[in-house]
Design a protein around this ligand. Structure first.
Ligand code: SF4
Ligand code: MSK
Length: 623
């Protein structure tokens, strides 16, 4: 038995697959992490800078060596610039994903995207109306074209506020204006962050950090929100549906196809192809019982939310899923796809396909998807996966899948509550539900796989705090069994009573990483009902195992939107106590919320409970 397997993951499928990988001599992310430790202390503290070619420079945190880079930048400037660039990269990733969806919407409008359509015409109308587009008597395709154009305008550098910030509570918008962090164009804020952090531009660590908030808001209330809304328009607004999770969703007797990444544009077409009767017949003719499409990470979450497609695992499981030997084809789009996957797959029969013009990977065959060719290419690829079924060696699928419920869009949650947030608010007011917390984000080999998510979530629901989750956290919680109606048993008495009455789990799967905006929108709906700001609500956010720059942007837009947010792993900021103090304390006076960092999820739970109880007190709920 691999001696470290139990130290690396809390999941049974993860542990068993780590042992299999060891037997197969497969190197994993944990092995590479071990090989990298101890990691560079300067970089961990954010004190190294390689922004320009007079560097690279580093600041001695003990004050014995250099205290300034060659240009004269001190620790505060260097740390703030590095963090600002992390936000910019994260916001760019989410927002570019959003733009890709707008391009598909435009192609649908022009009739140049065979296979794609408008799955939610009501939402198309609602969102178009928000953009001031006349919808009466217009065919959906015309509305879609006008909406795509208007949304493209949000990416540019018009001198006005982003369109969808109107969804935020009025008090919050006023605060953003007053503090000068109201987001304008989505790309503009990212571009400005790159400009400000060039040598010799913004050397105010405070102004850099404030712009980081504005940049993050352009993601949360811009790029990511567009990604979520357009995905709903094109592929359907999620409704609660059953699914299954963990490596056991792979089927020994079926053709297994995995989609991994973030963008539903490719995976939705794959799903259509996998459901084609002629291709299913082909699979049967090749000796398979059928075709099994499953997901990894957020592209999997997109399919799970809308179609109940099974989920094989989260970020740290991606190599281990291949090590089952049961994956006939894996298709990747972009983000969070380890460049190691092609090498892992080379030890098995798995065909690895990259699909995006902007994301190439070693050891993968590149087959590029565009709206015009997606339907046909998806069919070709599924047929190739079927052909590959016969080349399998031995397979190892060591566990049974766990049942789960997904699909909790804001619309679905409000629907379950009878169309208004009032029943939820009543439960919060009378204390049956103490508050709500978002548990979101990635896995990171610095934290035992899934331990942070599961431990924190369990503590929160036991204490009557409703958990809303997304991304890899949502997959962890599903694997832990928190997402069936019976999981109400794990909840405290108040939350249990509410969940049992509504037939919902105490942990609601709200989608992928871009779908964190669904949490923002639910919080806004609650704040509007109470006539208060988001920062007044008994709510909190957390990212117990985050690794990605996108998570930094998400954390920053949560905080800038008024949500107290607890991070698990420490970001690279400890080289500047000024920056640490501003992010953890000072921001409370600026945006009414701040960050905390607590790698121990038990302690993080206590911080969140304390925060929620103090907000309840301020609202006079327990008077
Ligand atoms: Fe060094 Fe300044 Fe250049 Fe950074 S920007 S590498 S601190 S000279
Ligand atoms: S996939 S950003 S590891 S949540 Fe969205 Fe998971 Fe984090 Fe990627």
């Amino acid at each position: 038995m691999l001696k470290d397997a139990e130290k690396r993951t809390v999941t049974e499928d993860g542990r068993l697959m780590l042992e299999k990988a060891e037997k197969d001599r497969i190197e994993t992310v944990w092995d590479r992490y071990a090989a990298q430790t101890p990691q560079c202390g300067y970089c961990e503290m954010g004190l190294s800078c390689r922004i320009c070619n007079m560097g690279p420079c580093r600041i001695d945190p003990f004050g014995e060596g250099p205290r300034q880079g060659v240009c004269g930048a001190d620790a505060d400037i260097i740390v703030a610039r590095n963090l600002g660039r992390m936000v910019a990269a994260g916001a760019a990733a989410h927002s570019d994903h959003g733009r890709d969806l707008v391009e598909v919407l435009a192609a649908v409008a022009e009739g140049k995207a065979p296979g794609y359509g408008i799955a939610d015409p009501d939402k198309l109308k609602r969102v178009a109306a928000e953009y001031g587009i006349e919808t009466e008597g217009k065919p959906p395709h015309a509305v879609a074209g006008a909406l795509a154009d208007a949304m493209m305008g949000d990416f540019g550098s018009r001198r006005k506020e982003l369109s969808m910030v109107r969804r935020a509570p009025a008090k919050r918008r006023e605060l953003w204006r007053k503090t000068g962090i109201m987001p304008r164009g989505i790309d503009r804020e990212t571009s400005e962050m790159m400009h400000r952090t060039h040598m010799g531009v913004d050397n105010g660590w405070q102004s850099l950090l404030l712009h980081a908030l504005r940049n993050a808001l352009s993601d949360g209330w811009g790029g990511s929100m567009i990604a979520t809304e357009v995905s709903d328009i094109l592929f359907g607004t999620p409704k609660p549906s059953a699914n299954t999770v963990n490596v056991g969703v792979l089927k020994a007797d079926q053709v297994n196809i995995i989609v991994h990444g973030h963008n539903p544009v490719v995976s939705e077409m794959l799903l259509q192809a996998c459901q084609s009767p002629d291709i299913i017949d082909l699979a049967k003719a090749k000796g398979a019982a059928g075709i099994n499409l499953a997901g990894l990470c957020c592209t999997g979450n997109e399919l799970l939310m809308r179609h109940g497609i099974p989920m094989a695992g989260n970020h740290l499981m991606t190599e281990l899923v291949i090590a089952t030997g049961a994956v006939d084809m894996m298709l990747v789009d972009y983000q969070c796809i380890m460049p190691s996957l092609g090498k892992t797959a080379s030890c098995y029969h798995t065909l690895m396909i990259s699909t995006s013009d902007k994301a190439r990977f070693p050891g993968m065959t590149h087959r590029e998807f565009h709206p015009e060719n997606a339907r046909d290419l998806a069919r070709d690829l599924v047929k190739e996966a079927v052909e590959n079924f016969g080349r399998r060696g031995r397979v190892y699928i060591p566990v049974e899948p766990v049942p789960s419920l997904g699909g909790f869009s804001v619309e679905a949650i409000l629907g379950a509550l009878g169309g208004t947030p009032d029943p939820l608010l009543d439960a919060v007011k009378d204390g049956r539900i103490r508050g709500a917390a978002g548990v979101v984000g990635c896995n990171n080999p610095k934290i035992k796989h899934d331990y942070g998510h599961i431990t924190l979530t369990r503590q929160l629901i036991e204490n009557d705090i409703l958990v809303l989750d997304t991304g890899c956290a949502a997959i962890a919680n599903a694997k832990a069994g928190f997402k069936v109606a019976e999981a109400a048993e794990y909840a405290g008495p108040g939350l249990k009573a509410v969940c049992s009455a509504l037939g919902i789990p105490p942990v609601l799967h709200m989608g992928s990483c871009v779908d964190n905006v669904r949490i923002l929108l639910l919080a806004s709906a609650l704040a509007d009902s109470l006539g208060c700001d988001i920062s007044d609500l008994p709510v909190a956010g957390s990212a117990p195992e985050w690794y990605s720059e996108k998570a930094v942007s998400i954390g920053a837009y949560f905080v800038a939107s008024g949500v107290y947010t607890v991070l698990g792993p420490m970001p690279p900021i400890t080289g500047s106590m000024n920056v640490v103090k501003l992010l953890t304390e000072g921001l409370n006076d600026v945006v009414g919320a701040g960050f905390a960092v607590e790698p121990d999820p038990e302690k993080a739970g206590i911080l969140i409970r304390r925060h929620i109880e103090s907000k309840r007190k301020q609202l006079g709920l327990d008077a």
